[in-house]
Design a protein around this ligand. Sequence first.
Ligand code: ARG
Length: 563
Amino acid sequence: MNNKEVVAKTIFDVVKDDLTIEQVEHLLENPKSAEHGDVAFPTFSLAKIYRKAPQQIANDLAEKIEVTLFEKVEVVGPYINFFMDKKNVSHEVLTTVIEQGEHYGDFNIGNDDNVPIDMSSPNIAKPISMGHLRSTVIGNSIAFILQKVGYQPIKINHLGDWGTQFGKLITAYKKWGTEEEVRNNPIGELLRLYVEFHEKAEKDPSLEEKGRAAFRQLENNEQEAVSLWQWFRSESLKEFDKIYDMLGITFDSYKGEAFYEDKMDEIVELLEEKHLLKEDQGAEIVDLSAYDLNPALIKKQDGGTLYITRDMAAALYRKRTYDFAKSLYVVGNEQSYHFKQLKATLKEMGYDWSDDMVHIPFGLITKDGKKLSTRKGQIVLLEDVLNDAIQSAQEQIAEKNPSLQNKEEIAKQVGVGAVIFHDLKTDRLNTFDFTLDEVVRFEGETGPYVQYTYARAMSILRKAAFVADEEKKYALDDEGSWEIIKFIQDYPEMILEAANKYEPSVVAKHAIKLAQAFNKYYGNTRILAEDDQQEARLALVYVVTTLLKEDLRLLGLQAPARM
Ligand code: ARG
């Protein structure tokens, strides 16, 4: 039971006839300052029921209340302030975490149900952008968080490996590319060809027609086009995997858009059967005016299918394959309309499970206030960002801790962690402007700061050769530790909030606050002082390492024991 629940129950015992326990709990407040206790009960709203002044009510109730669970219960004006018995509560909290370890805060609300998570999903022959990084790290963290509350996440990389752009690329390669250059620098060269195509096509529109023709060859399974496409795809994947390796992120499936090419006819047939397809200037559309949306374009004039059609096939495939409880799409905010149309179209088809499809949008990363666009060749290469961050970590470690073993590996964990944490620490819908300097900063609210706090706490435990023992009585009653105890108490609720909102920033913020509270404690308290609370203080340090490590894990960061 957390403090509020304990207080609610205590008050409920004396107001049973007039209020429910939920009503009592709802009224409770967390006082802003410690001098007003840990939980406060304002009595204003009871004036009507008891026909008395709030002050009077506070006094009357406080007299009847069972006080043994508290250090003290104080009436201040219309408020009853409850001061928890710190020793009892800290003992209970610390032993709970010691017993449960990293499983503290686990839930079983997911029933082991499958939740496919569409994430990362970069486009073949283009570099992974900062936007894809966002999708990758947000999706990865959501997978860990959902697993913690009892779901079975399935991470799907829905590669953008199909569409008219591959016709353009094939055309550009045949005109201006060489095998050698593509082999040497696959994504750079393919991107260059793609950019060149667009530049030339502005002056020579006939190129567009050539590109469409090449894509038709691909759709018709013609050998030259298919083998070029396969080659572009596998070279691109090799490059993507380098980045996923650096991030330490794996996928359960790489089924991309091309996988659904042969599942498109079924979608069109189903739509026809249900009389949902309409002709519109030679194209086939589904009317969505009942949803206040523009029609979904299912088939183009030339018979080619579209992004949304492939997403319909993918949604149906996922339902059949995984029988999901929820199906998530971690995709930028700018595709919100697409996902509305996708869900509405499936709903029109009578698939009520489309209600379980959730688009999880996130804000755009801009550079100097402008959108990053691959088309114009103006992009930030993710690999460069990661390498710069690792480099910066190396320099700081060399300065702070030159004798550290395994420096390279730890610099990698810290540098990559900095990039991931930077991305996850603000609400995912926030837009942010990207500056490398800020990503690789090691002070303030950063991943390295949390990692460093963890390593520092670990070193205290090593020094004291502390071994946690759930049978022991670890009881603390000082103000400094009490602040941390309250963070620990809130942990399970924090996990639930992160899961319900699909919001890794909730975890990141908790990690920062816990690290800050711990560093403050560390600065003000002699943890290793030889008095009768030393063991209990060490138990607190141990519990803090358990939670920081679990927070870092949920965000997809490593927790090096030394830094
Ligand atoms: N490849 C797309 C892009 O880079 C993202 C795909 C998202 N997933 C999906 N099922 N539509 O914009």
